[in-house]
Design a binder for this molecule. Sequence first.
Ligand SMILES: Cc1cc2nc3c(=O)[nH]c(=O)nc-3n(C[C@H](O)[C@H](O)[C@H](O)COP(=O)(O)O)c2cc1C
Ligand code: SF4
Length: 524
Amino acid sequence: MTWARRAVPAVAVAVAALAARDLIQRDHALLRNFPVLGRARYVLEAIGPELRQYIVAGNNEERPFTRDQRRWVYASAKQQNNYFGFGTDNDIEYTPGYPIIKHRTFGRAVPPSTPGAGHDVRLPCAKVLGAARGRAHAFRPESVVNISGMSFGSLSGNAITALNKGAALAGCLQNTGEGGLSPYHRNGGELVFQLGTAYFGCRDEHGRFSLDRLKDLVAGAPVRALEIKLSQGAKPSLGGLLPGAKVSAEIAATRGVPAGRDCVSPSRHAEFSDCDSLLDWVELLAAETGLPVGIKSAVGDLGFWQELATLMRDTGRGVDFVTIDGGEGGTGAAPLIFTDSVSLPFQQGFSRVYRVFAEHDLHEQVVFVGAGKLGLPDNAIVAFALGCDMVNVGREAMLSIGCIQAQKCHTDTCPTGVATQNAWLARGLDPTLKSVRAANYLATLRRDLTKVAEACGVEHPGLIGTDAVEILDGRTGSTPLHKVYGYRPGWGLPSPADQAEIIRLMTPEVPQGGSAPPSATAVG
Ligand SMILES: Cc1cc2nc3c(=O)[nH]c(=O)nc-3n(C[C@H](O)[C@H](O)[C@H](O)COP(=O)(O)O)c2cc1C
Ligand code: SF4
């Protein structure tokens, strides 16, 4: 057995060398956190397609994001080949509710020819945020895709840094989430500051909202807009609690709460109690900061939206933007009954709210933002057709910086360092490298949205109308999107003036050809 005596130390040395290599490298957070062991995941991933043929689930069977969807995000983030071979493996004809986007043969917009074209495309919002209400700091968001609110506390400092730097690289906005504005949010990316029920980051020592602190905060950081959080799709009407053990000195300083003590988010706001007082508060914040002010909400009972729109129409007060979060949206932690069953899914909730604003003739004055698995191009296109002006991406952005959908965000044991306050695990995530991945993913999504818009004959996804999408019924029929959701002609599109301006902004000075040079006998 001398061979065994020789082999054991050799294997031990090899494993130690591999472990050292894994610990030092920065590309893969999983390997940094779980040297050698983490490799099993990559081996399984590599032989997964073959294994799955015999044992496990198909490419479309994992949730919330299928394997195909995650593979698309990962490949886009790494700028690898994100194409799929052999054709779709979706059961298109037999899946009820499957959306089909209808391309045009001779459309107005001519797509550039190369597949890579448009990766660096500018894709600004078709509306100017805050313009309709004359806010002092109204602006046109540079990107129709932005990063959704996810707090420092639910995400690690390194994850927030990666997303903030990624936002800067991709020229988009990052929403702070309700956990305040941390040092990790100050890496160059522009921000939407979210005000939750606990007013973290802008509260006094008694936990009351402080207008002075808010003004100081937004003056000292690149905050472009304020978002009042009314509710979140995954857990509407619930407060929250960060246990004292997780309230580190850093989190305490960011939130403006004592370290080491339970940190409670109440279930209701203290600054307003109905639509009327909400609108007063919106106007106060906008007047005092000059910033556009919006609300984020999931959709349940429509009474709130009816009253809000009526008051906006009749009193002249109003929100600059409305972010609708679908019930399928994500969360750091929530009870199962809330994630599964409370609040409408995105398409149903959004279309109901849009219709209320449109019936009050306010739809062209409000910027509509959608969230709820809209970081996937097919979902996002339907959202734009329904009237979204921008989409926010939450978990898809997490995937782009390394999340493997282990679904342990609520346990503080996130293996990839994304959703944890554990210093060892968070250290595995290299924020500089992952920021590039986040930016690549955001740019790829914008490129795909642009390409689909061009295939539909328009210059911008915001110009895709409801007539360009049909919903299949799972057998032989289909229904146009406007019929499914009861939209009138023209609903879902920006005003004629906004349409003209976005077409001007999106039309290249030098036309980009989409055909071979015409021959001498070409007729048109
Ligand atoms: C870890 C995590 C933390 C979140 N924190 C917040 C938050 O602080 N405020 C908020 O409004 N939404 C929060 N959300 C919800 C997201 O902003 C987003 O609305 C939702 O996940 C839907 O987008 P997605 O499907 O692209 O993830 C959080 C989501 C996740 C996954
Ligand atoms: S716990 Fe899992 S799902 Fe949550 S961020 Fe980490 S890898 Fe992603």
